[in-house]
Design a protein around this ligand. Structure first.
Ligand SMILES: Nc1nc2c(c(=O)[nH]1)N[C@H]1C(S)=C(S)[C@@H](COP(=O)(O)O)O[C@H]1N2
Ligand SMILES: [Mo]
Length: 216
């Protein structure tokens, strides 16, 4: 009996150790092409490069994400500090006004988690996002606070390539592709609900709702 208890303890440690290390540790680089039975498009073939200044190459080490404007706490995040947050994943289809679309599994953080940490001040009603290439777009603040809108750092299980918006692209569900800002550098909380982003100031609908015409 003297030997039985230590034996059982060692046996439990061994078995639990095996269980913990049993699952595969996913390494970056292998694209997922199916998610819960749904076919996903490939990163290579689904996209057409039509960004206003071509692909942007952002260095992760030098990168910061600023949260500014009408907030109690201005915030500056590094790339790694964003990735430490709770992550979420969802399949969402991107529709470009040029007539192509892409079904992709997106993974990232919720915009509302980031905005909540900054604590919007009274009167704030708009969120404006700016990008490395000078691009910008905006939404009613309620759109990001009342929906689970993802700021993605992975697509189909791999880190966003530079061409697709590394480090972050907004997954603006139910909105046209021009609302899906890539290479996000800062987020401004504002009371200017007339703000117009890059394409919006060139005649595209400010709501950008998919169920409405995108022009005018
Ligand atoms: N910073 C930035 N984000 C951008 C754009 C851009 O030119 N610059 N183009 C938008 C448009 S019009 C579309 S359709 C989507 C397309 O994403 P993709 O270039 O990864 O295909 O990105 C959007 N985000
Ligand atoms: Mo687009």
């Amino acid at each position: 009996m003297r030997y039985v208890i230590p034996f059982v303890v060692i046996w439990i440690l061994l078995v639990s150790g095996c269980l913990n290390s049993g699952g595969p540790i996913e390494l970056d680089g292998v694209e997922v092409r199916e998610y819960h039975g749904q076919k996903l498009d490939s990163l290579e073939h689904a996209f057409r490069e039509n960004s206003i200044k071509g692909p942007q190459y952002v260095e992760a080490d030098a990168y910061t994400l600023q949260v500014t404007g009408l907030v109690e706490n201005q915030k500056i995040y590094t790339y790694d500090s964003v990735l430490e947050k709770q992550s979420y994943e969802k399949v969402v289809k991107l529709y470009c006004v040029e007539g192509w679309e892409a079904t992709i599994l997106w993974e990232g953080v919720l915009v509302k988690d980031i905005v909540a940490e900054a604590v919007p001040k009274e009167g704030a009603n708009t969120i404006i996002l700016y990008a490395y290439d000078g691009y910008s777009t905006s939404f009613p603040l309620d759109y990001v606070m009342e929906n689970d809108i993802i700021m993605a750092y992975k697509m189909n299980g791999v880190t966003l390539p530079p061409e697709r918006g590394f480090p972050f692209q907004l997954i603006a569900e139910d909105k046209w592709g021009y609302k899906w800002i890539k290479w996000i550098t800062s987020i401004e909380i504002s009371d200017n609900n007339d703000y117009e982003g890059y394409w919006e100031s060139r005649g595209y609908s400010n709501t950008g709702d998919l169920d409405e015409s995108f022009f005018g």
